[in-house]
Design a protein around this ligand. Structure first.
Ligand code: CP3
Length: 347
């Protein structure tokens, strides 16, 4: 198996810089669109054979060094008891939004193996199919980012309801976060038991906070997940790397560095060498090309890829990635060229 990705997570020497792409399975791939014409997104997530098939599509098409489980961060929210729909153009809708004690009481902490069995089934199929190829990354939304969807009832621009709950009803927020944190922890343990070889926590929206509020309302919960996951792993004698990704992380790096993860995912709004300087030296980094850079001509993409590789050379380990998910409008050919550039320039 190609283990460059796992080695870079642990800070071990690698012959070239490994690369994978957030949202690498998705609408920018014709192969994906073909399957999506036949089934809706949630059915795709819940049909292990199909979810495994689309997980492998970018491995075949792009030559990336890791696979990421095809699913969504809102799957455990549905398992907690909320109604989930994905609307064309509008995105996810969760009902009813959790903004009071009554709505919170209706939610449960799911049993991952029974309530989200299709995810563990997908992982088992993938481990068989990927055995001699690349490692499989499992994932979850981090507690805060997961909670924003529950409080807002979907995607949000200014996170008014979330911030309002935090500042007006901190005790309600704390009880919600306690349920979400346990859910995320148990979900990741189940994915690792099923065969996930690394896990990523997506904290896409944590960058909306001042460092002070991040430290108080976001960090304790994600640190709790990672610390508990690590002590459980130590007891079970497993070593699965944890990646923590925060969107718009540049104001928060000093706060994030003691989260307990092996790898910190960096968005593109900061030079990766600056981020490395501000993080602990025993952390690897992942990132950080602007997804829109893939709309540039190839020579310009080359320049940016080289720049990131050079800047990241001071890290104990670097996994090349975009600074956020690849956009549906992106040319798959440019993505494949970028992967090739990362491999050839870093060799
Ligand atoms: O990275 C991968 O290839 C694995 C699969 C994956 C998806 N979503 C598939 C998906 C992963 C890791 C996610 C994570 C996710 N989901 C996040 C965190 C990362 C990020 O991008 O910020 C968030 C915030 C979500 C919630 C979500 N899912 C939204 C807001 C949307 C609608 C917007 C959109 O892009 O359509 C989704 C839908 C979704 N999740 C799609 C895919 C492939 C598109 C569904 C389709 O085929 O129509």
């Amino acid at each position: 198996m190609n283990d460059t990705f796992l080695k870079a997570c642990r800070g071990e020497a690698v012959p070239y810089t490994p690369v994978w792409i957030m949202r690498q399975a998705g609408r920018y791939l014709k192969q994906y669109q073909k399957i999506r014409k036949k089934v809706d997104f949630l059915t795709l997530c819940k049909t292990p054979e199909l979810a495994a098939e689309v997980t492998i599509q970018p491995i075949d098409a792009l030559g990336v060094d890791a696979a990421i489980l095809f699913s969504d961060i809102l799957i455990p929210v549905e398992a907690m008891g909320m109604k989930l729909k994905f609307l064309e153009k509008k995105g996810p809708v969760l009902t009813p939004p959790v903004r009071n004690e009554t709505a919170l009481k209706k939610l449960s902490v799911p049993q991952p193996e029974t309530d989200m069995g299709f995810v563990m089934e997908t992982i088992k199929i993938l481990r068989k199919e990927l055995a001699t190829r690349v490692p499989l990354i499992g994932f979850s939304g981090a507690p805060f980012t997961t909670a924003t969807y529950m409080i807002e009832g979907g995607t949000s621009k200014n996170f008014l309801h979330t911030k309002r709950m935090i500042f007006e009803s901190p005790a309600l927020y704390a009880s919600l976060m306690s349920k979400v944190t346990t859910t995320v922890l148990e979900y990741l343990k189940a994915q690792i038991k099923a065969g996930a070889q690394a896990v990523q926590l997506f904290d896409t929206w944590a960058g909306i906070f001042s460092p002070l509020d991040y430290r108080e309302y976001v960090f304790p919960y994600v640190r709790e997940v990672i610390k508990s996951l690590k002590s459980w792993q130590a007891a079970e004698n497993i070593r699965v790397p944890v990646i923590y990704f925060v969107g718009s992380c540049s104001g928060l790096l000093e706060e994030m560095r003691t989260c307990g993860a092996d790898v910190i995912g960096i968005d593109w709004r900061i030079n990766i060498d600056d981020a490395i300087k501000r993080l602990d030296s025993d952390l690897s980094v992942q990132g950080n090309l602007d997804p829109c850079a893939l709309f540039m001509p190839k020579e310009k993409i080359q320049y940016r890829v080289k720049d990131i590789l050079k800047r990241a050379s001071s890290a104990r380990g670097h996994i090349f990635n975009l600074g956020h998910g690849v956009l549906p409008e992106t040319s798959a050919e440019n993505v494949a060229s970028m992967v090739e550039m990362v491999h050839s320039f870093s060799r």
